[in-house]
Design a binder for this molecule. Structure first.
Ligand SMILES: *[C@@H]1O[C@H](CO)[C@@H](O)[C@H](O)[C@H]1NC(C)=O
Ligand SMILES: *[C@@H]1O[C@H](CO)[C@@H](O)[C@H](O)[C@H]1NC(C)=O
Ligand SMILES: *[C@@H]1O[C@H](CO)[C@@H](O)[C@H](O)[C@H]1NC(C)=O
Ligand SMILES: [Cu+2]
Length: 292
């Protein structure tokens, strides 16, 4: 009996580690070229040429308070490659795959490398938002649904007014299916050129982690009808005076407005706590073998 219990326990423990794949940015289309992403499953073993996409050690999620929230585990350090891109043009971040049930918002941020991205630590970044999508209550679709429908890719536009220089561009998927929100960031190094002179205003810049400290996340399985994306509003640079239209800090940190829906901030979908079925199967098989 002890053996059976031990097998069950060990098998239950092994079921705690993530078993499914998520996805990673496997290519970036920028400046009219397609650049390969960092493949966490093959690149560590093949010593590829430097890539514009910063390393990720795996395709797992990052916690909201993790120091690696900016650019995933392994992405704090720079890479020797950078992509040239004109301000005003589009960047497409193509994920290898995204699981349908990992629903939530998708957003793109940028941060100046204050010079050379190759030596810039992502943790020192002051990030501004290019775009973000959350939940569309008319279609009942999350941004991740749209990303999946769009060949697992997300396109963002580099603001035409943005001052030239080296920047990190950070695409982030947030999955809300679990007890805690799961963050899946990816960073690429880009060299923006153009005649723009605008820098984001101080109140449009956020630190990561820190960005999500006051965020309230909905229970996506519960009764909610809308979701306000946490963080600042996207930059607009509409005043053309070397900066963007000031964004009110209160508007930037507005919590989700569920308009009559679920206002609770706690998660009400518990993870199954019983051991998985293969444990029962294993023990049954063992009993049968013993009784023979
Ligand atoms: C979709 O993405 C794959 C790579 O993931 C690419 O080969 C293919 O051309 C893309 N399809 C379209 C329509 O962009
Ligand atoms: C960035 O682009 C500018 C042209 O806009 C170029 O002069 C510079 O060499 C580029 N920097 C890198 C590191 O590629
Ligand atoms: C969901 O919320 C709306 C608005 O408060 C309410 O009318 C409706 O009965 C709720 N539905 C469920 C299943 O709780
Ligand atoms: Cu997962």
């Amino acid at each position: 009996m002890f053996t059976i219990t031990l097998i069950c326990f060990v098998s239950w423990l092994s079921s705690l580690k993530p078993v499914e794949g998520h996805g990673f940015v496997h290519s970036v289309i920028v400046g009219g070229r397609e650049y390969p992403g960092w493949n966490p499953f093959s690149d560590p073993y093949s010593v590829p040429p430097a890539k514009i996409v910063r390393k990720v050690l795996n395709d797992g999620f990052i916690d909201s308070e993790d120091a690696d929230l900016p650019c995933h585990h392994g992405g704090n350090d720079g890479t020797g490659a950078i992509a040239d891109v004109n301000a005003g043009s589009q960047v497409t971040l193509r994920w290898s795959y995204w699981p349908a049930d990992h629903q939530g918002p998708v957003s793109t941020y940028m941060a100046s490398c204050n010079g050379d991205c190759a030596t810039f630590l992502a943790g020192n970044g002051k990030w501004f938002k290019l775009d973000a999508e959350g939940y569309d209550s008319s279609t009942r679709q999350w941004a991740t649904d749209r990303l999946r429908a769009n060949n697992n890719s997300w396109s963002s536009t580099i603001p035409a007014q943005l001052a030239p220089g080296q920047y990190l561009i950070r695409n982030e998927i947030i999955a809300l299916h679990s007890i805690i929100p799961q963050f899946y960031p990816s960073c690429s190094q880009i060299n923006v050129s153009g005649t723009g002179t605008s820098q984001p205003h101080e109140n449009e810049l956020v630190s990561i982690p820190g960005l999500y400290n006051n965020a309230i996340w909905p229970n996506i399985y519960g009764n909610f009808s809308s979701f306000t994306i946490p963080g600042p509003l996207p930059v607009t640079f509409s005043d053309n005076e070397g900066g963007a239209t000031p964004v009110s800090p209160t508007a930037a940190s507005t919590p989700p407005n569920p308009s009559g829906g679920d206002t609770s901030t706690t998660w009400s979908v518990p993870k199954p706590s019983r051991p998985p079925t293969h444990c029962h199967l294993a023990s049954r098989r063992l009993i049968r073998r013993r009784s023979r």
